[in-house]
Write a protein that binds this ligand. Sequence first.
Ligand code: FMN
Length: 628
Amino acid sequence: MPRPAQTFPDIQSFIHLLEQRGELLRVREPVSRDLEITEISDRLVKKGGPAVLFENVVGSDYPVVMGLLGTRERMALALGVGDLDELARKIRALIDLGGGGSKLGLLSNLPKLRDAMNLPPRHVKTAPAQEVVWRGDEVDLSKIPVLKCWPGDGGPFVTFPLVITKDPETGERNMGMYRMQVMSKNTTGMHWQRHKTGTRHLEKAKRLGQKLEVAVAIGGDPALIYAATAPIPPVPGLDEFAVAGYLRGQRYPVVRGLTVNLDVPANAEFVLEGYVDPAEDWVVEGPFGDHTGFYTLPDLYPLFHVTCVTMRRNPVYPATIVGRPPMEDAYLIEASERLFLPAAQLIIPEIVDYHMPPAGVAHNLVVVSIKKDFPGQAYKVANGLLGLGQMMFAKVIVVVDENVKVNDMDAVWREVTQKAVPGRDTLTTRGPIDVLDHSSRGWGYGSKLIIDATTKRPEEIGSPKSSREEQAQDYALDVFFPDPVAPTPLQGGLGGDELPHFEGILAQRQTADGYWVVVLDKTRPGQARALAEAFARHPAADGVRHLLICDEQTDVNDMGDVWWTVLNNIDPERDVWNLDGLLAWDGARKLASEGFVRDWPNKLVMSEAVRRRVDALWHVWGLPEQYR
Ligand SMILES: Cc1cc2nc3c(=O)[nH]c(=O)nc-3n(C[C@H](O)[C@H](O)[C@H](O)COP(=O)(O)O)c2cc1C
């Protein structure tokens, strides 16, 4: 049994602790749940500010709390660890990984992981989550302060829901965080995506001709909120309550739902009980300002009927907003990264570390450092990762040497220009893609780019030498480019100065480490390709390894913005071209006239009117100037 961590009986005790630590603001003046809360929370989270409790939400009796997990430190605090790396250390100690490789082997270690983490929930008879009950006609979701987050959203969305279902055949429980658009006083959309467990449960219910019972908890211990987002490996008996129990160091208290045969967290703030009927038509869900930083377009999803709502006597409604990174979900993702690193290392032992930087919004970019022993190992690791659970969504995987810090993106991108020759050390492949990805050639299907930025073995560069000699002579081959990258950065802009002109360019510049960034207002098919080919031949391309073509809304001076845009907007096989050693990335918008068959979404931008209103009321709400 692990040492009990500092735990929080519920979200309200976590709020209390944050307040004691000076990490919670209270807003007592009225605030609107329609965009205002989003704008305030966005400003706070982007500046690493405190959580905030809105006590007076117009049109609702219940307060809203935002940003509970909005910094790395608060995320760690919620999971009872000093820092997120401690999660990996704890798991590694449990499964006996020792010095980077499993002696016992995968098969004997994964069950150990399950045993170690398996603290089954503890049933209680009465629960705070059921102090107040709405049944039948009393159910009215509009009384709960569900937020409209972005101006183009299709409606209000529950953004921190813990959706509980059971496998209709095996009875195995699942809890996932799937956003829910409120459609009426007693229905919501159920946005479990194609590859998620909720979808599987519904498919089984459909085969069996049954309705699927669903309970949605809002609130609960912050460790449980995290667990609902975690990509838990498919180990029988290991579920979200067990993971939360492990993190808490004690069994999670659950109570039987009042109208569904499902266990729900006894310490939730609200619980929505009901069902999804697979015989019903799906409904249009969205648009929604998503964690990609773009709107996800309307799509069909199942309808959740809420037949009963239970809650505490004085509940607090916790919510999050997603959008252009960094946002709160970046810390949830980082927690998963740390927690599951040892499990990934069990399967792919040469992994030293990995990271999904915020600019890649989780699925668009994975940086992995490896201890390399043989030629081709970078591809072995990348392909292995692509087969691991939700890692299957990774769009670009960059493999670096073990000494490179995976969260130092300047260093990583430098390694890429120094050690990965376009074509020779890049590879596109295909696979499933996150359904939120707007640029893939099809829904949930597209291509991936593997970049091998490790130091090369002779076989990998066509050298007549071999790694056998290298082994025998104990020397390491330093293989860089024939002409190491050292461009003199050139600047360009609307007036155009040192860099060449091309139709549609709004701004451009080169970086000292070999990137040429171009902001392009693309208006005709083939424009980006023609630009790339012209620039590849231009003398200004000397020493440049990557041409990053961005859409017209990109800040040429902000590499975070540049990578966020490019990674979102590419299907690599279609949009990344090797032009004689220059890798050109077409991260501009895709046009119907180019054969792009889906609609192209906009980047999320708050409306000017709301921005101005929030500016004007900032002090009225008592919010500190430094976060304005
Ligand atoms: C804030 C937030 C919102 C999310 N919204 C959704 C969503 O709407 N649909 C979805 O399928 N996954 C969503 N996810 C990701 C899932 O929660 C995550 O993939 C989880 O591991 C799924 O669990 P499952 O494998 O049990 O289905 C969200 C994650 C976060 C952090």
